[in-house]
Design a protein around this ligand. Structure first.
Ligand code: P71
Length: 472
């Protein structure tokens, strides 16, 4: 060995600390493999350069989403065997109801098949035509349900959220001046609720501080406006509060989660994320009148109010998943893995949204492809290039996702043009993250000659799911 040899270092050693590891070991494995470059080229063309239209068999490492893609624990699988598949009054529903009440603190619970089912119910229950719904950045399905109920979504997130380089620790916060200005402009009576998301997905998984939700509550109380929460990734939000906000370092994730919810009037949930199940959702509120409306409506769209589209076994796995999701070691290792990937890319000078959020790395496609106009779909292009390079599947979160303004029919041009590498919970290892990081680097190194895409088929609703593209 030559004298210039430097011994390899573990991650912990590189950062001058002891390494940490996941608080679980693997009991069952699912084989994956990479298809050849020729097959990948064929597959992405057949998919119209849209990663939503790829077959998962053609994917090597699947970072499309963290939604419904988590690994369940042995306890959750054991719970599946305890499914009470009664049409009405399933025992598993009462377990789920109790888990939501215990950990989130709301009074009434309505089960739904997934998050958008709950968004539909709350939107139809409280939004009337002409209403305005302020929120901390839009989410695709959330805004669409608000619009379909006759409302207009108004973005009141802090300006920092729209700047991928700004290091503000709570980029998910609501800008109280923007919210006040809206209340003054349209009147509190026209605002059925503030739509507050914990860790803002489209901003890069950015958290909301406890101080902010407290202040929003005070403002809303003065005007008699409710606050409903998108609790989809609120556990991860609680982690950032524990890490960054004064006075919370010694509080548990569970305690922070419950305190946060206490400032709101209810929440809708895609249980496919934080709550560690492959399918499921719920709506929970404190107001009995809203509950009555939602519970009545659920039987039209989802199923009886004691299953809401889930099997009994799904509700049991969900109740257990809620308990597991607030474990401090679990959340630290989950966010830690996302950060591991983010640190590698940051060190290599690859443009990503900073600070790294809770569930994903967001590549900044505008800075990745500075030569590419937004009309040529840089983030969509980047997702296709990554798949071509290594079979890694990611998701566009830019102009295709933003869709068109329902009034003018014009394309919306979001400030953020991002490609999301979303990390499922308890699924991939550090070695997978290394493979992903190297692939992003390879695509980055080849960026100068990359050309964009044209949209050749555009569906009316949530176009990004089914749109097709062609190379320019
Ligand atoms: C994600 C998803 C799944 C998805 C949805 C729409 C477009 C692409 C991917 C779903 C969410 C979410 C938030 C904050 C509500 C839903 C809907 N996210 N709020 O990120 O992130 O929940 O999918 O269970 O219906 O990949 P649902």
């Amino acid at each position: 060995m030559s004298s210039t040899h430097t011994p390899p270092q573990t991650m912990g050693q590189q950062y001058g600390r002891r390494s940490w590891a996941e608080p679980w070991k693997i009991k069952m494995v699912e084989p994956i493999h990479m298809v050849s470059r020729e097959e990948r080229a064929r597959a992405i063309e057949a998919a119209g350069y849209n990663t939503f239209l790829l077959r998962s068999e053609d994917v090597y490492i699947d970072l499309l989403t963290d939604s419904g893609t988590s690994a369940m624990s042995d306890r959750q699988w054991a719970g599946m065997m305890l499914g009470d598949e009664a049409y009405a009054g399933s025992r598993n529903f009462y377990r789920l109801e109790e888990a939501v009440q215990t950990y989130y603190g709301y009074r009434y619970v309505v089960p739904t098949h997934q998050g958008r089912g709950a968004e539909h119910l709350i939107s139809q229950a409280v939004i009337r035509p002409g209403h305005f719904i302020p929120g901390n950045m839009y989410f695709t399905t959330t805004r669409l349900h608000q619009e379909l109920a006759g409302g207009t979504f108004v973005d009141v997130i802090v300006d920092e959220a729209h700047d991928p380089t700004d290091l503000h620790p709570f980029k998910g916060n609501i800008d109280l001046d923007k919210l006040t200005a809206l209340i003054e402009r349209v009147g509190a009576a026209q605002i059925p609720y503030v739509s507050l998301a914990g860790t803002v997905n489209m901003a890069g998984g950015q958290p909301v501080s406890m101080a902010n939700v407290r202040a929003v509550r005070e403002l809303c109380d003065r005007h008699g406006i409710r606050i409903y929460l998108d609790a989809t990734r609120l556990v991860e939000n609680a982690f950032f509060i524990q890490e960054r906000e004064e006075g919370y370092a010694d509080k548990s994730i569970a305690a922070i989660l419950k305190e946060f919810c206490s400032f709101t009037d209810g929440a809708w949930m895609s249980a496919k994320k934080d709550n560690l199940v492959n399918i499921g959702g719920w709506l929970a509120v404190n107001d009995e009148e809203v509950f009555d409306l939602a519970r009545n409506m659920v039987v039209i769209y989802e199923g009886l109010h004691t299953y809401g589209g889930m099997a009994g076994r799904d509700m049991e796995a969900l109740a257990i998943g809620i308990e597991e999701s607030v474990n401090d070691d679990h959340v630290a290792s989950r966010v830690g893995q996302v950060r591991y990937l983010g640190d590698l890319l940051t060190e290599w000078g690859i443009p990503i949204v900073q600070p790294v959020g809770g569930h994903a790395i967001f590549l900044d496609a505008k800075r990745f492809y500075p030569h590419m106009p937004q009309d040529h779909f840089p983030a969509q292009t980047l997702a296709a290039e990554l798949y071509l390079d290594s079979g890694v599947r990611s998701m566009e979160r830019g102009i295709a996702s933003a869709g068109r303004d329902p009034q003018t029919g014009e394309n919306r041009y979001p400030a953020l043009e991002l490609t999301r590498l979303t990390i499922p919970r308890r699924v991939y290892t550090q070695a997978h993250m290394d493979v992903v990081a190297e692939s992003v680097k390879a695509v980055f190194d080849g960026r100068a000659t990359t050309r964009g895409l044209d949209m050749v088929y555009e569906p009316k609703y949530l176009r990004f799911f089914q749109a097709r593209f062609a190379r320019r």
